[in-house]
Write a protein that binds this ligand. Structure first.
Ligand code: TTP
Length: 671
């Protein structure tokens, strides 16, 4: 039942207010309180505005205009330019600032998912339950509902000064309503109130620790928490009791909802004629299943009623480190020399950042992916293994080797985007699925230079792809692949030679690491088809037929591996190809300004949920690995090792028991 309702979870989404401007204001306090905006590349019409503070917004300044126009609108406006290194925007200080915030959030829950450079989901369920039990056991009979009103009265009112409750005039009227109807008081709402108290403390701690203000949403799932966070800004938080979902949905356009910004949302709007989320209620579950298939249909049916079960995946580090550079109009790169120059700049940036990441997090990227977009709108990516002893020089030459190979097969085409992404991180200690699985292949030769190429059209994802695989004693080879090349179809040309499995996958991203704001949705139907065609040995008999002797008939060797992107069990010899597909799809979305997160990651069945839980547990264990515990993490301003005194935390010990930390924030109340 809980699977369907999902009301017992308390999820928060914390979103920093006008983040880049706040970072600049902290660097230069003289601009605080005055209109300010951050621009990138000031040369053309005063630069592209990428962040605007609320003082400037009040004067009509927005991201849609350029710096010069903004100045005309608001002459007192300060325009701060993003630093540039090697001829391109250098976002490192914003990334570091985002890390500082995440660090504070992890004091409150060990289930924090960094969702973008300035946003994170926090599963507060355990923290709330522990606080609830603390109150109940301190007050006698834990089942008596009358005790619940005492809990509400005991909450720290100071934590609610910037709190709003959807559907209620004020937080007080919500709480009064609950205490006046003690017998009817939904425990879920009491939990939300406790969650809101924790979030109030958490936002204050973020301010005390970093100097940054943020807003938050508190609800029973990620979709609702995300929407709520945007309702009252800046420096406010909004709670959504389940009873107010109908009100929210009556005001919410479908395309604004997380994961509905893309094709699935288009289908609901254009074909099912639903503009608002509440319009979806006119369809029965059966009708939605008929229109959308079981997975999307069921998800939409439940979401329309305010239910969603997607887990918060504890992840504080980006899955990939990458950067890119666009060359538009007259800047398009037409010569090899120019491409080489820019690739060297990108390689230098990536190697600097992965080196820093290694020092801070004790993990190494194992895959390097080159993304190239051509003027004719085609895009292409090529990956290679990163040598464990990577250095800047080595990366530069690897990148150029990949580019040369592309030139060899395609000729010299004008390039309008170059991107470089390091991904598939492994803990230095080697505690990873990779090392465990690779034990099955101990005797196999490994190729450090195995590479695969994926060429995609910028507007589509693979509609079909057939890969022919052979496998001998654990070594798998892709012998060839079908390729379809035209303007509307993507070419997936898999040329991997000797492959080995990797447990993780890359999600390429320009400036925001792998954690982009989730603005929109991937093309749902196409993705499903592509995954089905491309990855399942059951659905693609060609793959299984061509396996070497003994491989298919040895189920005990666990010859499938769960894809951490879509949760499917993938034949291990197809894992690399499968991951290439995800990379290609991510790139396609990125180019279209979409989220790298896929609808296909949504847990749907109980089995999916169990898998998700297992994964969370595994992730938690991984997070507590000795390598991680010993790693250095940024603290305080500037991301250095210094740390200000905080209640309940121990200097130099990044893995703290979260509850102990939380208790410290409530110390006066508890004692
Ligand atoms: P947002 O969270 O979208 O916005 P914001 O933090 O500036 O403002 P708000 O208070 O409304 O949340 O983006 C976070 C940062 O990401 C933003 O400060 C700058 C950067 N960014 C870009 O570089 N380009 C973009 O197109 C957007 C939307 C954001």
């Amino acid at each position: 039942m809980e699977t369907l309702t999902g009301k017992s979870r308390i999820i928060a989404l914390v979103d920093m207010d006008c983040f880049y401007v706040q970072v600049e204001e902290r660097d230069d306090p003289s601009i605080k309180g005055t209109p300010a905006a951050v621009v990138q590349y000031k040369a053309y019409k005063g630069g592209a505005i990428i962040a605007v503070n609320y003082e400037a917004r009040a004067k009509g300044v927005s991201r849609n205009i350029r710096g010069d126009e903004a100045k005309a609108l608001c002459p007192e406006l300060t325009l701060v330019r993003v630093p540039e290194t090697r001829g391109k925007a250098d976002l490192q200080k914003y990334r570091d600032a985002g890390r500082e915030v995440i660090q504070v959030l992890t004091d409150f829950s060990d289930c924090v998912e960094r969702a973008s450079i300035d946003e994170a989901y926090i599963d507060l369920t355990t923290a709330v339950e522990e606080r609830l039990n603390h109150f109940l056991s301190a007050q006698g009979d834990p089942t008596a509902s009358c005790e619940q009103s005492n809990i509400l009265k005991a909450l720290d009112k100071e934590a609610f000064t910037t709190n709003f409750v959807m559907g209620f005039e004020s937080t007080t009227s919500w709480m009064d309503m609950m205490t006046d109807n003690e017998m009817m008081m939904p425990l879920d709402d009491v939990k939300l109130a406790i969650g809101a108290e924790i979030v109030g403390k958490m936002r204050e701690a973020v301010f005390q620790e970093t100097g940054f203000r943020c807003s938050a949403g508190i609800a029973h799932n990620k979709v609702l928490a995300k929407l709520c966070a945007g309702i009252n800004k800046p420096n406010k938080q909004t709670v959504l009791p389940h009873s107010s979902v109908a009100q929210l949905w009556a005001e919410t356009k479908i395309k604004k909802v997380r994961n509905l910004g893309g094709k699935l949302g288009d289908f609901l709007v254009d074909t099912l004629k639903c503009e608002l989320m509440s319009d979806l209620l006119k369809y029965s579950e059966k009708e939605l299943l008929n229109h959308l298939g079981s997975k999307a249909g069921s998800w939409i049916y439940h979401l329309a009623r305010g239910y969603d079960t997607e887990a918060v995946n504890p992840r504080q580090l980006p899955k990939s480190i990458g950067c890119n550079k666009n060359f538009l109009g007259p800047e398009v790169l037409v010569t090899k020399d120019k491409v080489k120059h820019w690739l060297q700049q990108l390689a230098a940036e990536v190697s600097e950042r992965i080196q820093k990441d290694f020092e801070m997090n004790n993990r190494r990227a194992r895959t390097l992916t080159l993304h190239v977009s051509f003027e004719d709108k085609n895009s292409l990516s090529r990956s290679c293994r990163l040598h464990p002893q990577f250095n800047s020089e080595r990366i530069r030459s690897e990148v150029w080797v990949m580019m040369e190979k592309l030139y060899k097969s395609l000729g010299v085409l004008p390039v309008n985007m170059l991107g470089l992404v390091a991904s598939k991180f492994e803990d230095e200690a080697g505690v990873s699925g990779y090392s465990k699985i690779s034990n099955f292949f101990e005797n196999c030769p490994r190729s450090e230079s195995s590479a695969s190429t994926t060429l995609i059209n910028s507007n589509k994802i693979p509609s079909s792809s057939t890969t022919f695989v052979t496998s001998t004693a654990g070594t798998s080879k892709t012998l060839g692949s079908s390729t379809i090349a035209n303007k509307n179809n993507i070419v997936v040309e898999s040329r991997a030679s000797t492959t080995k499995m990797l447990p993780s996958c890359s999600s390429s991203n320009d400036s925001l690491d792998a954690v982009q704001p989730e603005k929109t949705d991937p093309p749902f139907e196409l993705i499903s088809t592509a995954i089905a065609n491309e990855t399942s040995p059951h659905k693609n008999p060609k793959s299984t037929r061509s396996l070497g002797p003994g491989v298919e008939s040895s189920p005990k060797l666990h010859l499938t591996q769960e894809c951490e992107r879509c949760g499917k069990q993938i034949a291990i010899w197809e894992y690399v190809t499968h991951m290439d597909f995800h990379v290609a799809r991510d790139l396609s979305r990125e180019i279209n300004g979409l989220s790298p997160l896929g609808f296909d990651v949504r847990p749907e069945t109980l089995e999916d949920k169990e898998r998700q839980k297992d994964k969370i547990n595994r992730d938690k264990i991984a997070l507590q690995s000795p390598a991680k515990r010993g790693s250095k993490r940024p603290r305080g301003r500037g991301g250095g090792g210094t740390k200000r005194g905080r209640p309940g935390t121990t200097t130099g010990s990044p893995s703290k028991p979260p509850v102990k930390s939380i208790d410290a924030y409530f110390i006066k109340k508890i004692n």
